[in-house]
Design a protein around this ligand. Structure first.
Ligand SMILES: Cc1cc2nc3c(=O)[nH]c(=O)nc-3n(C[C@H](O)[C@H](O)[C@H](O)COP(=O)(O)OP(=O)(O)OC[C@H]3O[C@@H](n4cnc5c(N)ncnc54)[C@H](O)[C@@H]3O)c2cc1C
Length: 389
């Protein structure tokens, strides 16, 4: 596919060279589009902000990580309630792995370049404007293109739904109080309002530990979670996480949103690798078709395809998040206790990691969901859970 130099240097310029932007670049360059990716960091994948927990089964549908990107395999999940109740889940059938996220991004970057995309690091997109049916992208130099893809992650969603971003802090630590293969989540609405603290072992006595919550000082919160435990910090990162769900429109004029910029991140756990890689791949298909057939309306199919795959689950996740944010610590104790029952945990262990919201409700069953709703303290929580049943 070609563009004349007088009208556009590229078919598409992508702002952000991470999972969403690079997945887009692979798909678009493989279809013959001239693609430029601009990444503000000096090196792709650095610093590593994300913990890299993904379902390998689901990633195989898009761009799976190479074996060298996999740090460990998850065999169980443990949820701790505020008062110390515990629900354990056998995760061995989920095929969930901990990825070296930096290595995965480098894998994507190398595939994008092999497919013909141009990648520039250390270049920040400063602004864009639509002029006479073309996009102008300012990033040190000025670039002209048919479409601009905003894959800038938290920076992109900040402009659209700032209220649903929360501060998070993450350390990689050495320690001996966690077990390989066992991911742990600690819920406490007073210490981590609307979220949790987590421990994700990545093998060899190293774990990724983090904490997030609305309105918290993330490093202070993480330090207080780790207080009394023996550990040595290897790396430290602060990065916001987003829990607001997908935005209403994935494109406007000649700007297309991909990944976290489009809110393609689970509203429950803020996991966004799979849904962002999927978003990039789907957007690439329809941008290519739209350019080839000179029909911008074909872009609508990008949102349709993404919604067909993730829309229902994200809807349930948003409602569960609404429920979660209305729970008191005593409510959380009751839910963890229900999840810990043999029947529910057995059912949950045969479901799907990426579609856990619907799995949670189906594991409880209508009767179980209503029973649980009846014992919750918060009236709002009772109402939301009953409506979901
Ligand atoms: C602490 C933490 C842990 C997480 N753990 C997991 C997990 O275990 N599993 C999971 O699935 N998800 C996890 N996530 C979420 C996941 O990282 C994101 O959903 C995912 O990275 C979104 O991908 P993206 O490509 O849309 O954006 P990002 O990965 O955020 O990438 C955006 C890119 O754009 C660049 N950029 C920003 N502004 C500009 C600009 N103006 N010009 C040029 N470049 C720019 C940035 O430098 C960055 O490289 C985690 C997030 C955090 C913060």
């Amino acid at each position: 596919m070609t563009t004349t130099a007088a009208t556009a240097e590229y078919d598409v310029v992508v702002g952000g060279g991470s999972v969403g932007g690079l997945s887009f670049a692979i798909g678009a360059a493989s279809r013959g589009l001239r693609v430029l990716v601009l990444e503000e960091d000096a090196e792709i994948g650095e610093p590593e902000k994300c913990d890299g927990l993904v379902s390998l089964r689901a990633m195989r549908r898009y761009i799976p990580p190479e074996e060298t990107c996999i740090q460990s395999r998850v065999t169980s999940g443990v949820i701790h309630s505020p008062s110390g109740l515990v629900a354990s889940l056998d995760a061995s059938r989920f095929e969930v792995v901990v990825m070296d996220r930096s290595a995965y991004e480098k894998q994507l970057a190398s595939r994008a370049v092999s497919a013909g995309a141009v990648l520039k690091t250390g270049v920040r997109v400063e602004g864009t404007a639509e002029e006479e049916g073309r996009m102008k992208v300012r990033a040190g130099s000025s670039y002209t293109c048919a479409y601009y893809v905003d894959a800038t992650g938290p920076a992109g969603i900040l402009k659209r739904n700032r209220a649903r971003l929360m501060p998070a802090a993450k350390y990689e630590i050495e320690g001996d109080w966690f077990s390989d293969g066992e991911v742990q989540v600690f819920i406490d609405q007073k210490r981590y309002p609307g979220f949790f603290a987590w421990v994700i072992p990545r093998g060899n006595g190293i774990a990724k530990v983090g904490a997030a919550g609305f309105g918290v000082n993330s490093f202070k919160t993480l330090d207080s979670f780790l207080a009394g435990k023996a550990f040595k910090i290897l790396t430290k990162v602060a990065a916001p996480i987003y829990v607001g769900g997908q935005v209403e429109e994935f494109f406007s004029g000649r700007t297309i949103l991909v990944g976290e910029s489009a809110g393609q991140v689970k509203p429950t756990t803020a996991g966004g690798i799979l849904s962002s890689v999927a978003g990039g791949a789907m957007a690439a298909r329809w941008v290519a078709e739209s350019i080839e057939r000179s029909d911008p309306l074909l872009l609508r199919n990008y949102q349709r395809d993404w919604s067909e795959e993730f829309g229902n689950e994200f809807k349930v996740m948003r409602r569960l998040r609404h429920l979660f944010e209305s729970l008191s610590n005593s409510d959380v104790d009751k839910i963890v206790s229900a999840l810990g029952s043999k029947r529910v945990s057995e059912r949950l262990s045969t479901t799907d990691f990426d579609f856990h919201a619907t799995a949670f409700l189906s594991a409880l069953g209508v009767k179980g969901t209503l029973q649980l709703a009846s014992v919750l303290f918060s009236a709002e929580a009772r109402q939301v859970l009953s409506s979901l049943a």
